[in-house]
Write a protein that binds this ligand. Structure first.
Ligand code: GDP
Length: 425
């Protein structure tokens, strides 16, 4: 159990009858109001400000078990604690300056990461790598603003000062830095959100085999959601660390079973957000009437890739070609021929161009802010722009970046961000 607040020394005294030694693991008894032990275990005390939240933090490690936990919790509530809201620890850490907003979000992203690559990139954000880049850009924008605004005050030196300080070149440099960060963040958004794929095709064309071949060694760790059947309907695999959610439309049948129906409804919802449909066809038979019918059920924006499977039987070579209905691939799920073409194709659709150190697990709001900043910096660098306007564009760019780290973030946005955390974080 984790408790954060002010003056927790007296809280500890009441709970254990002892003084807490800062930053030591102490073996204690947790006592009820009559001084009778509820449980015994370890107590850790982190005095403010050297704690996760920046406040006094106490951690209690008991034996657990629902009843004992409940008794200990009740006792803590009696002593004046209250239950934390989702994300409240991180929110306090943010408000007390222990981390910025991008880092706080990385806590949640780390916990929710759906692949090892996503976890690694969340950890990079958490350690402040993303924030440091954003801060550095903000600082440079601030310097440029001062320069431009100083020039406004002393117009006779205008051109000379700006030239001496290389203002134009510096704006170009900021722009290319921003482009680079935005690219890394866009890649991170792919890592975070994954790729939604629907698998369509007649029975026995090899959809399940294809899925297994795609998953290869990298089969993802999948959390089962209570109440849904993980039958033929839905599967998550990983390609280069990107979570790929695959839905097999063949599993979507009319059903009267209420639990199954929820699963089917959810699947249709996911299909409506699909990036790509893999239409699997037996290479020997080609497209059938049934395939054409299925196509009509697909959402309009989805990109269709036709996969001619079983080329080991039909005798074709593994190739990619662009047909009249989009990309066509010749593969064999059985021999693995052409499977790398399929993987590359899926990565191309989602816009992934390889994971490198610059990838941060960005959220949509980060992308929006980065794009906005980039737009303003581009404007500021436009040839012949009046200096007053350039100064204003630089200011707006700086403001947009400040939203990422939470420097200029409205309270209601904070509420939204932290309410999506889980309780206890
Ligand atoms: P689904 O009903 O579309 O999911 O098809 P399955 O994946 O269950 O495959 C149907 C049958 O085709 C199985 O016996 C597979 O072993 C076989 N199969 C799938 N892909 C290939 C392939 O590329 N080559 C050959 N020779 N057989 C395949």
């Amino acid at each position: 159990m984790r408790i954060s607040g002010t003056a927790l020394q007296s809280f500890v005294r009441a709970l254990t009858g002892r003084e807490a030694k800062p930053r030591h693991a102490g073996f204690v008894r947790f006592l009820d109001p009559d001084g009778q032990p509820i449980d015994e275990g370890l107590l850790l005390y982190f005095p403010a400000p050297g704690s996760f939240t920046g406040e006094d933090v106490v951690e209690l490690q008991g034996h657990g078990g629902p009843v004992v936990m409940q008794m200990l919790l009740s006792r803590c509530l009696e002593l004046g604690a209250r239950l934390a809201q989702p994300g409240e620890f991180s929110r306090r850490a943010f408000l007390n300056g222990r981390m910025d907003l991008a880092q706080a979000e990385a806590v949640a992203d780390l916990i929710e990461a759906r692949s090892a690559a996503a976890a690694r990139s969340a950890l990079r954000s958490l350690s402040g790598e993303f924030s440091r880049k954003v801060d550095a850009l903000q600082q440079e924008l601030m310097d440029l603003r001062m320069l431009v605004e100083a020039t406004l005050d002393f117009p006779e030196e205008e051109v000379e000062l700006l030239e001496r300080e290389g203002a134009a070149e510096r704006i170009v440099a900021v722009r290319s830095m921003l482009e680079q960060i935005l690219d890394g963040a866009s890649q991170g958004a792919i890592l975070r959100n994954g790729l939604n794929v629907v698998l369509v095709g007649e029975p026995n064309v090899g959809k399940s085999s294809l899925l297994n071949a795609l998953a290869g060694e990298e089969r993802a760790i999948v959390t089962e959601i209570a109440g849904t059947t993980r039958d033929a309907l839905r599967e998550t695999i990983e390609i280069e660390g990107i979570p790929v959610n695959v839905i097999d439309i063949a599993g979507l049948r009319e059903t009267s079973d209420p639990v199954e129906r929820i699963g089917v409804e959810r699947a249709w919802h996911e299909i409506s957000r699909a990036h790509v449909a893999l239409r699997v066809v037996d290479a020997r038979a080609g497209k059938t009437e049934g395939d054409v019918k299925i196509d009509r059920g697909l959402p309009s924006g989805v990109e269709v890739i036709t996969v001619f499977n079983k080329i080991d039987l039909s005798g074709g070579a593994p190739v990619r070609r662009e047909g009249e209905h989009g990309v066509e691939l010749m593969v064999s799920a059985k021999t693995g021929a052409g499977m790398s073409l399929l993987r590359d194709e899926l990565l191309r659709v989602v816009g992934w161009h390889g994971g490198d150190e610059d990838v941060v697990l960005a959220r949509e709001r980060h992308l929006v802010a980065l794009r906005s900043a980039l737009g303003h910096v581009r404007e500021a660098g436009a040839p012949g722009l009046r200096l007053e306007l350039a100064a204003e564009e630089l200011r707006l760019a700086q403001l947009a970046l400040g939203e990422i780290t939470g420097e200029f973030t409205a309270d209601d946005l904070l509420g939204i961000i932290f309410s999506r955390f889980c309780i206890g974080k």
